[in-house]
Design a protein around this ligand. Structure first.
Ligand code: SAH
Length: 342
């Protein structure tokens, strides 16, 4: 079955020609799919015979809402989508003054094993296709009725562990015939896969790279993030330097503050040493409570931020959105899986 939604207009045109159809149908099909139609019947300017060909080839596949939660505090909407094969993924719509931002998942589950993260508890089930990445944007926009201007690849999964599909998604969502979101309005967050960062640097995209750092030293970072045991902090910072040299884009470092683990003045000093002389931005995140873990949020966020700023490093504290609706990574999917198992 052709995966229509993962195809570019040019690929769809080639497919149409193979079916004995005019190539311009490719662009029409792309436009319909990217508007979030759920059946070929909605494609009213396409001939019936062509729609029948599409249906025979598998028709339109799309996610359905398995659960939806709306925050009473700030209007954040969290979706649990059911994919055509039955697996569930999360997408979060966040409302900011500068526009609406959607946080999308890149995989069903995650293989990275970070000890503070709910998304990785059941491991990685499979990669999402480019079309499934895109559907999160299209159907969140459609269901909520809210226009989306920014995308963050910061939901469940490790985007650089699904490189090809994520790369293809970036191309698709950027196309003027479709959703048309500019690269500067897209952020990609990684736990620090060095090969992936280097590959991305070569592409020279204008997206923002966020690196989930969480610790400036190997001892602390390897304890929190198994991925660090293979490469180490030194190699990660070297890759970040190369990324900046190639793209000129400032890197954003995510730092979840965990009580007694990575929040001491020593950690702040080390972090400042590491980032001195680089163009960086540190985003301090109060740890979100995960039931399965004994880690606690740090009470020292403000002091940590001050210490970084005294050393000339830009650091902000992330505002918590949707705290009344389990809006942080993996928690809704986790709950749904547990409910199913009971
Ligand atoms: N795999 C990618 C993207 C998904 S995680 C990455 O690691 O960046 C999105 C962000 O949420 C990461 O910075 C991750 O470290 C962070 N995160 C995960 N669990 C968290 C928790 N309990 N509290 C705060 N941040 C968390």
């Amino acid at each position: 079955m052709p995966d229509f939604k993962s195809m570019t207009p040019e690929e769809l045109a080639a497919w149409c020609k193979d079916q004995g159809q005019p190539a311009f149908r490719g662009k029409q099909l792309f436009q319909w799919l990217h508007r979030g139609v759920t059946s070929t019947q909605e494609m009213t300017d396409l001939p019936k015979a062509f729609r029948a060909i599409l249906d025979q080839a598998g028709g339109v596949r799309f996610p359905t809402v398995a659960r939806k939660q709306v925050s009473k505090l700030d209007g954040t909407i969290k979706y649990l989508w059911r994919l055509p094969d039955g697996h569930c993924i999360e997408t979060v719509l966040m409302r900011y003054r500068h526009g609406n931002s959607v946080c999308i998942s890149s995989q069903v589950g995650c293989a990275m094993g970070c000890v503070f993260c709910a998304s990785t508890l059941g491991g990685r089930v499979r990669n999402l296709t480019a079309g499934e990445l895109l559907d999160q944007v299209i159907f969140t926009q459609k269901d909520s009725g809210l226009p989306i201007s920014n995308i963050v690849l910061m939901g469940i999964g490790e985007p650089l562990d699904n490189y090809d599909n994520v790369r293809r998604f970036l191309t698709l969502v950027n196309r003027p015939e479709g959703v048309h979101i500019g690269m500067r309005h897209i952020s990609l967050s990684t736990c620090g896969l060095v090969k992936g960062i280097d590959r991305l640097a070569e592409e020279g995209l204008q997206i923002t790279l966020s690196v989930s750092l969480h610790a400036p030293d190997d001892e602390t970072r390897s304890r929190l993030m198994p991925v660090n045991r293979a490469t180490g902090v030194e190699a990660l910072f070297a890759a970040c330097r190369r990324y900046f040299e190639k793209t000129g884009r400032r890197i954003s470092y995510e730092y979840a503050m965990i009580d007694g683990v990575n929040d001491t003045p020593r950690h702040a000093a080390l972090l400042a040493d590491r980032l001195a002389g680089t163009v960086a931005h540190v985003n301090l995140i109060p740890l979100n409570f995960v039931e399965e873990s004994s880690l606690r949020p740090s009470p020292h966020v403000a002091a940590f931020q001050r210490q970084l700023e005294q050393r000339g490093i830009t650091a902000t504290v992330r505002r918590r959105l949707g705290s009344d609706i389990d809006a942080s990574c993996g928690q809704l999917r986790r709950k749904a899986m547990q409910a199913q198992a009971r």
